[in-house]
Design a protein around this ligand. Structure first.
Ligand code: COA
Length: 257
């Protein structure tokens, strides 16, 4: 399956081209994978980045990973950057798959740019994403200690130590400015009162052991978005798509059908 790494403007992305050109013109889905705070496209497992049923774009948000530019200071700012990405690639409508802060961006796209959206997949996220003060304050005074804390909360006890270590190193490489910027952006995000206005179909996924965006947040999304279904991944933590990639890819595949 062709797989390439490219940039559109200053946005770096990979594309896994599942369907053939002919299948795409028949309306096979386009997926955009949007990572979480301080992340990059590698927070998505290959099972999703190379999903055979769709054309899958996994991008680095501005100021993250290999993309240029600066992080944005609002979720709406990131949503506008995604719309710019869709425009640059001539993509009319896409299913946006967001993890954590990426889910907040996806929700904002569904509310404010519904005409560009074909569906919404919300993974380990919420309609409001307050960040614990101990994390926000720690990020300023003791970056490494704060990364340790986030790492402890982000994975379930079943996650592989090698994966946890990779995640910890990725956060350290991101550095305090981008990570703190994103956490502040999350802390200000709140669309709890607006979910009834989402008209496109949504799939909500959460690990039952998620400590950063607990299942309560996912239930709230599934209960208040008019056309939503909820999938619980038993025992998984906040980094559910890396902990249980096959189950997540299976749920997304069923949703696309
Ligand atoms: N969906 C549904 N309910 C939500 C929600 C969401 N997205 N966000 C908050 N709530 C609920 C809370 O459960 C709480 O309900 P309660 O009064 O019945 O207990 C209420 O709304 C108010 O919560 P919140 O706005 O979060 O304020 P708080 O002062 O109670 O708690 C924190 C603040 C930061 C301690 C808390 O939000 C928390 O523990 N967050 C998770 C940890 C974290 O840092 N995550 C990072 C996310 S990027």
């Amino acid at each position: 399956m062709p797989y390439s790494e490219i940039t559109a403007g200053s946005i770096f992305y990979t594309v896994g081209r599942g369907p053939t050109e002919e299948q795409r013109s028949e309306g096979r889905p386009v997926l955009i994978l949007v990572h979480g705070a301080g992340g990059n496209h590698l927070q998505w497992p290959a099972e999703l980045r190379r999903l055979p049923e769709a054309t899958v774009y996994a991008l680095d948000l501005p100021g993250h990973g290999r993309s240029g530019g600066q992080g944005r200071d609002t979720i709406a700012g990131y949503a506008e950057a995604i719309v710019g990405f869709l425009d640059a690639l001539g993509i009319e409508r896409a299913v946006v798959v967001g993890h954590s802060m990426g889910g907040a961006i996806a929700l904002t796209l569904a509310l404010d740019f519904a005409d560009r959206m074909a569906g919404l997949v919300l993974i380990a996220t919420g309609a409001r994403l307050r960040v614990a003060p101990v994390i926000l304050e720690g990020m300023r005074s003791d970056f490494e200690g704060s990364v340790e804390l986030i790492t402890r909360f982000a994975w379930s006890s079943e996650a592989s130590p090698a994966l946890i270590e990779l995640g910890r190193r990725a956060l350290l490489e991101t550095g305090p400015d981008v990570l703190l910027g994103d956490l502040n952006v999350c802390d200000r995000f709140d669309v709890m009162e607006r979910l009834g206005g989402i008209e496109i179909p949504a799939l909500v996924i959460v690990g039952t052991a998620d400590q950063l965006t607990p299942p309560k947040y996912a239930r709230f999304l599934a209960e208040h978005i008019p056309n939503a279904q909820l999938v619980l991944i038993e025992g998984a933590g906040h980094m559910v798509m890396l902990e249980r990639p096959a189950e997540i890819a299976g749920a997304v595949r069923e949703f696309l059908e």
